[in-house]
Design a protein around this ligand. Structure first.
Ligand code: SAH
Length: 391
C-alpha cells in the first residue's frame, strides 16, 4: 500500500484528530498515487498516523478514515454507518435524521439523510465515491429501505474531478415523499428539492419559535418549502407570510400548508427578499415576528467580509419591520462565519436600525449533525431569537 509521510512540522490539527491532509503537509510519498485509493499515512518521526483516501486533484490530498491499522473494505463502511445509526438512536432519533454527517461520523465527504424509509446520499469526494456500492449495500442490509437516491448534483464534486449527477440507486420510486416533523407533515421532493430535499438541521429550532408566535403576525423570509412558517401557524400565529425567490419552493410551501390544514393562515409569495424587505421598510409595514433563514452567503474565506455585509443588510431590514417588543428569528448556515462574528453582525444591524435587542435563545444545528470541536466545518449553523425594542 502506498505510504504518505508527513513533514516533521505539521499542523497540530492532524495529531489532534482533524482528518484532512493538505499537499503542503506531505514530505514524501512511497508508491503510486492513484486518485481515490486508500493509503497509509505516517508522521515525520515514522509513527503510524492512520489510513485514508488520496486524491492528487484535490486541495485536500488525503482524508483520513481511521487512526487504526485496520482493513478498509465494505465491512468497514458498513460498521461506520451502523455506528452512526446507533448513535442517532441513542440521542433520540427514530424516523428522520442526518444519518451520516461526513467528518463528524468519521466518513469524510459522505452525507446520508434518512427520511423515514427513504435515503438520500451524497458522495462528495473521489475516495468516498468509490465506495458508493458498498454504502448502498449496507443501507440495504441495515434498513431494507423503500428507496435510495443520489443527489450528487453539487459543484464541489468538480473540485475532486467528479461529475455532477443524480438518480436512483435502487429501483425507481415516487420521489415526492411525505415526512413527519414535530407533529406536522411535509412534502419532500427528493429529486428536485434543494440539497437533499429538506433541511433537517433546523428541526429543533423550528420548535423554538413556539411561544413567541402565538397570536402574532409573522413574516418568514427564505421560507423554502414553508417549514418554519407552517410551524408558526400550528403554534397559533394569527397570520403568516412566507417569501422565497424560488417559485418551485413556494408551490411546495402552499401544498405543505394545505397538507396540514393551515392554508387559511399561511400565504407564500415568490419574490426577491432583498428588494421586497427594503421596499416594505419604506412603506412602514410591521410584523410581530420576522424570521430569516438565508442560504449560505459564501463558501470561500476571501468573501467572508461580503457575507457579513449581507447578513447585516438582511437583519437590519428585518429588524425595521418588527413592531416594538416583537421578535427576530435569525439564522446563518455559513460555516466560515463564527457564532461571535454572527452576534457582532446582529449587534451592528440593531445599532443601525436604532433598536435595542435582548437574546431569547441561541441554538445551533440539531444533534444529528454533531459538532466536532476543532473541525470547524462541522460547526456551521447559528440560530438566534432576539427581542427587538425601539430605542
Ligand atoms: N427555512 C428553510 C430553508 C431556507 S434555505 C427551511 O427551514 O426549510 C434558503 C432559501 O432562500 C432557499 O429556498 C432559496 O430559494 C431562498 N433564497 C435565496 N436567495 C433568495 C432571495 N434573494 N430572496 C428570497 N429567497 C431567496
Amino acid at each position: 500500500m502506498t505510504k504518505v509521510y508527513l513533514r516533521k512540522k505539521i499542523a497540530q490539527r492532524i495529531a489532534n484528530g482533524h482528518p484532512w491532509i493538505y499537499g503542503n503537509e506531505v514530505e514524501r510519498i512511497d508508491g503510486t498515487v492513484d486518485g481515490g485509493e486508500v493509503v497509509e499515512v505516517y508522521y515525520g518521526d515514522g509513527k503510524f498516523a492512520g489510513k485514508g483516501y488520496i486524491n492528487p486533484k484535490s486541495q485536500i490530498l488525503v482524508r483520513l478514515l481511521t487512526r487504526k491499522q485496520e482493513l478498509i473494505n465494505d465491512l468497514f463502511f458498513h460498521n461506520r454507518i451502523l455506528q452512526a445509526w446507533q448513535y442517532r438512536q441513542k440521542i433520540g432519533y427514530t424516523e428522520n435524521c442526518r444519518l451520516v454527517f461526513g467528518e463528524a461520523d468519521q466518513l469524510p465527504a459522505l452525507i446520508i439523510d434518512k427520511f423515514n424509509d427513504y435515503f438520500v446520499i451524497q458522495t462528495l469526494s473521489l475516495g468516498m465515491d468509490k465506495w458508493k456500492t458498498a454504502i448502498v449495500q449496507s443501507l440495504q442490509t441495515i434498513f431494507s429501505p423503500k428507496g435510495i437516491y443520489e443527489r450528487n448534483d453539487v459543484p464541489v464534486r468538480e473540485l475532486e474531478g467528479l461529475a455532477q449527477q443524480k438518480g436512483f440507486l435502487t429501483d425507481p420510486f415516487d420521489t415526492n415523499i411525505i415526512i413527519h416533523e414535530n407533529g406536522l407533515q411535509f412534502y419532500v421532493d427528493i429529486e428536485n428539492g434543494q440539497k437533499t430535499g429538506y433541511f433537517l438541521d433546523q428541526q429543533d429550532n423550528r420548535r423554538a419559535i413556539q411561544h413567541i408566535v402565538k397570536d402574532a403576525e409573522v413574516l418568514g423570509v427564505f421560507t423554502y418549502t414553508g417549514t418554519f412558517e407552517i410551524h408558526a401557524a400550528k403554534y397559533g400565529a394569527a397570520s403568516v407570510l412566507g417569501l422565497d425567490i424560488s417559485g418551485q419552493a413556494v408551490a411546495l410551501a402552499n401544498k405543505n400548508a394545505a397538507l396540514n390544514g393551515l392554508e387559511n393562515i399561511c400565504r407564500f409569495e415568490a419574490v426577491n427578499a432583498f428588494d421586497v424587505l427594503k421596499q416594505w421598510g419604506k412603506d412602514g409595514r410591521q410584523y410581530d415576528v420576522v424570521m430569516l433563514d438565508p442560504p449560505a452567503f459564501t463558501k470561500s474565506r476571501e468573501n467572508i467580509q461580503k457575507a457579513l455585509t449581507g447578513y447585516k443588510e438582511i437583519n437590519l431590514r428585518g429588524m425595521k419591520l418588527i413592531r416594538n417588543g416583537g421578535f427576530l428569528v435569525t439564522s446563518s448556515c455559513t460555516n466560515l462565519v463564527t457564532p461571535d462574528q454572527f452576534f457582532q453582525t446582529i449587534e451592528m444591524a440593531a445599532k443601525d436600525a436604532r433598536k435595542k435587542i435582548r437574546q431569547v435563545t441561541f441554538q445551533q444545528q440539531a444533534s444529528d449533525h454533531p459538532i466536532i470541536w476543532g473541525m470547524e466545518n462541522t460547526n456551521y449553523l447559528k440560530f438566534l431569537i432576539i427581542e427587538v425594542t425601539d430605542r
